[in-house]
Ligand binder design. Structure first.
Ligand code: ADP
Ligand code: MG
Length: 750
């Protein structure tokens, strides 16, 4: 065995075996850092031009299409984009040919259909343009058929029982609403991914359907106020939080490398108490990395704009300018690919996990969501006159009601094993869904509630006064800076910000649910208003009356107070709001009769598709807990216990020696330490054995729901229980022999 003493991360380590490799990598890292900084100075890796020069240079967008496509093909794509019409095969050939020429001009040799399978990642299977010909030569080929549809042998993607492996056919079909792009030497074509029988196997298919439904129903309601509205578009601006860690440290922590989070590690004496990282100066090495991945993102048309330090040490955030939701979802997925790739050349690892470190802030992904019209109006922006403000209130109140009625579904849309550690951990919103509107807006809703009568007509004076007050909304909202950061779903002036989304989430998941529930709500609203109009009541008054009933019904979901406080837990319960902490419970809400009927009515997901999604989430949960439990078991038995025993032996020798030299000495304290170590060791050993048994029992279960419950109740709790003892040992055992980098090293080395 190779054994070496080295100075590493501010302490001397005796390095053996595999760990030695990591030290070598650490040394390399410093070299790499020097190189990166040197190259930056020489402006080798960073372009000299302004971002506007290279923005979207790797995207086959409208400008490129105009250049590379025939007029007919260009118009066909634009129409498909605008109206959702089909692209016919002949034109598809022309588009494919233009796309190929452009991609080859950008150095591409391969192409792939790029899609979002339900495992949360993105998938691609590369094929070369190159094709041998009969005469022994070769051509670069890419036909319309290859562009429009493919059949990747993707039988290993989760499908929740929709496809059996023997009929593994899944089809990917081009989504012309998200432009193709070149990454490296590959042309990537955004696609949907469906089964042979037409069921969705991805996130994009239901996302596109939900956007379509939202467009239909939001447009119909917006027409109450302006007949020129013919289309509405949902926008999404995400904010992505993440941690960075040196790759050498990452590899020295098998738990991080295999599960994405640290399964052990005592809190560092200093972490985020002083709030000295938040919005502080970005460390030089990190800034070089950010600059690098931002440039790559900009070239791919991802309009990244904002960067800053986050609350926890080594935690950062990146946010773009908001975009049409489908494109924004693609861009967020693409961003994490870019971030991971670029991190390699900076010798960083990006931790996207919601909670890589216990006891300090985890990472989320705020989803800023709004709806705009083809006439350029943001439906969540108060307007200049009472009419447009009534429209604004209509959309706000309907969103409030949709969230109220479907809070559990919205909660289900953000589940992930990682996000469970974050929600309600006094740094992120609790698992209780509520809406923050801000004092002023709340006041207006109260006003409608108090002034509008359900049955008797409003007098012209009452109406004028109400409208006058509503007319004041914009000025008041402008000063409405009391942003409540503890709310999971907050109105922030001209959009709603869904803050409970986890950092690893595919934004499509919350967006599908949000679009769907608001679409359904607007559909019902129109029916309710039209019914009153039919009785001879004027449109505005009918709208007021319906809004009033909605405001009253959904009042319980509105909460302006501190969402992190314990009082809220009590109050929320009294209000009848649910607080679903466990992922396994939360996901069941995908398949309640109400959810199934909503999704089937809106033609977004069928019962079978919803059940498949539930099944997939359960499987992911089980596998993640299984992996965490195995990794923890291995690490305790191979790293922690042997180390603790070694230290114990040192102490035993010490006590023996002392007694020899000084027979009368009382060495109580050493004996106490020895006892502590021994207690922790036996607790760990017993618990690991129990955990393994619990896992075995759970593995024998076949029903996914029961199995996921067993993992949740019988296996998961051991992770924390075992960790407790390991973290205690970490405080006692000689630092020199502790086998894993500690929190203070993971969090402060950069
Ligand atoms: P904060 O951290 O204060 O919430 P940021 O500036 O970091 O704000 O991020 C705000 C995000 O919201 C950005 O992605 C931005 O593009 C997006 N955004 C701004 N206005 C809208 C809007 N009308 N609709 C959707 N997203 C929006
Ligand atoms: Mg935000």
């Amino acid at each position: 065995m190779i054994t070496k003493k080295v100075y590493f991360c501010n302490r001397t380590l005796k390095i053996t075996g595999v760990t030695l490799k990591n030290i070598i990598m650490a040394t390399l890292r410093f070299k790499a850092l020097e190189t990166v900084l040197a190259r930056e100075q020489q402006e080798v890796i960073f372009p000299k031009e302004k971002p506007s020069k290279y923005f979207a240079e790797n995207v086959f967008n409208k400008l490129k299409m105009q250049e590379y496509l025939s007029k007919e093909a260009f118009e066909n794509v634009m129409e498909a984009n605008d109206k959702g019409t089909n692209i016919d095969r002949k034109v598809a050939n022309q588009i494919a040919s233009g796309m190929k020429s452009w991609a080859i001009d950008r150095g591409a040799t391969h192409y792939t259909h790029w899609f979002h399978p339900l495992n949360g990642a993105t998938a691609e299977k590369h094929d070369a343009f190159f094709e041998p010909t009969d005469d022994g030569g070769a051509i670069e080929n890419f036909s319309g058929t290859l562009l429009v549809q493919q059949e990747p042998d993707a039988s290993s993607f989760p499908n929740g029982g929709i496809r059996n492996t023997f009929e593994a056919r899944g089809y990917s079909a081009w989504d012309p609403t998200s432009p193709a792009f070149v990454v490296g030497k590959t042309l990537c074509i955004p696609t949907i991914f469906i089964s042979y029988t037409g069921e969705a196997l991805d996130y994009k298919t239901p996302l596109l359907k939900s956007l379509d439904q939202l467009n239909t129903h939001a447009t119909a309601v917006a027409q109450y106020f302006d007949k020129n509205v013919t289309k509405t578009i949902a926008n999404l601006g995400w904010e992505q939080e993440y941690f960075l860690i040196d790759e050498a440290l990452y590899h020295a922590r098998p738990d991080l490398a295999l599960t994405g989070r640290t399964l052990m590690g005592h809190a560092s004496a200093k972490d985020q108490q002083l709030d000295d990282h938040y919005f502080g100066a970005i460390p030089e090495r990190v800034a070089a990395y950010m600059k690098d991945f931002e440039i790559e993102s900009l070239k791919l048309g991802i309009p990244v704009k904002t960067r800053h330090n986050e609350v926890a040490p080594n935690q950062f955030e990146c946010a773009p300018v908001y975009e049409e939701a489908n494109l924004a979802v693609d861009h967020n997925q693409l961003l994490s690919e870019v971030m991971n790739k670029v991190a390699i050349r900076h010798h960083f690892k990006v931790l996207m996990h919601e909670k890589p470190y216990k006891g300090i802030n985890g990472s989320g992904k705020h989803n800023n969501w709004s709806i705009t019209t083809n006439t350029g109006v943001n439906l969540f922006s108060p307007g200049k006159n009472p009419k447009s403000n009534l429209q604004f209130l209509t959309f706000v109140v309907n969103t409030v009601k949709a969230v109220y009625k479907n809070a559990d579904l919205l909660r289900a849309s953000i589940v992930s094993p990682g996000n469970e550690h974050r929600l309600g951990a006094s740094e992120a919103p609790p698992a209780i869904m509520s809406i923050f509107l801000g004092k002023q807006l709340s006041k207006f809703l109260d006003e409608i509630e108090n002034r509008v009568s359900r049955s008797t007509k409003m007098t012209p004076d009452e109406k004028t006064e109400l409208k006058l007050n509503i007319g004041k909304i914009p000025e008041i909202l402008l000063d409405n800076t009391d942003r409540n950061r503890t709310s999971p779903f907050a109105f922030t002036g001209n959009r709603f910000e869904f803050r409970a989304v986890g950092s690893t989430a595919n934004c499509a998941s919350p967006m599908i649910i949000l679009n769907s529930i608001v679409a359904k709500q607007l559909k019902d609203f129109k029916i309710d208003v039209d019914k009153i109009i039919e009785t001879g009541v004027k449109k505005d008054e009918a709208i007021f009356r319906v809004l009033k009933t909605y405001i009253v019904e959904s009042k319980a979901i509105r909460f302006e107070g501190n969402g992190y406080g314990d009082d809220w837990l009590v109050e929320a319960e009294a209000r009848g709001l649910t607080n679903i902490k466990d992922m396994v419970e939360a996901i069941k809400h995908f398949v309640t009769p109400e959810s199934v009927s909503l999704f089937e009515e809106m033609k977004i997901l069928t019962k079978r598709e919803l059940e498949a999604r539930l099944d997939i989430r359960q499987e992911i949960f089980i596998k993640k807990i299984q992996i965490e439990s195995r990794v923890l078991g291995d690490l305790t038995l191979n790293h922690i216990i042997p180390t603790a025993i070694k230290y114990q032996n040192v102490l035993i020798e010490n006590v023996k020696g002392l007694r020899e030299v000084l027979p009368d000495i009382k060495n109580d304290s050493q004996l106490k330490v020895l006892e502590k170590i021994s207690n922790h060791i036996s607790a760990i050993e017993n618990k690991v054995a129990e955990m393994t048994l619990a896992r075995k029992d759970a593995n024998n279960l076949t029903d996914m729901t029961i199995k996921s419950e067993a993992y949740n109740k019988n296996v998961k709790p051991f992770l924390d229980e075992i960790r407790y003892h390991i973290d205690k040992l970490e405080l006692i055992v000689d630092d020199e022999i502790w086998p894993l980098p500690k929190y203070r090293e993971l969090l402060f080395t950069r």
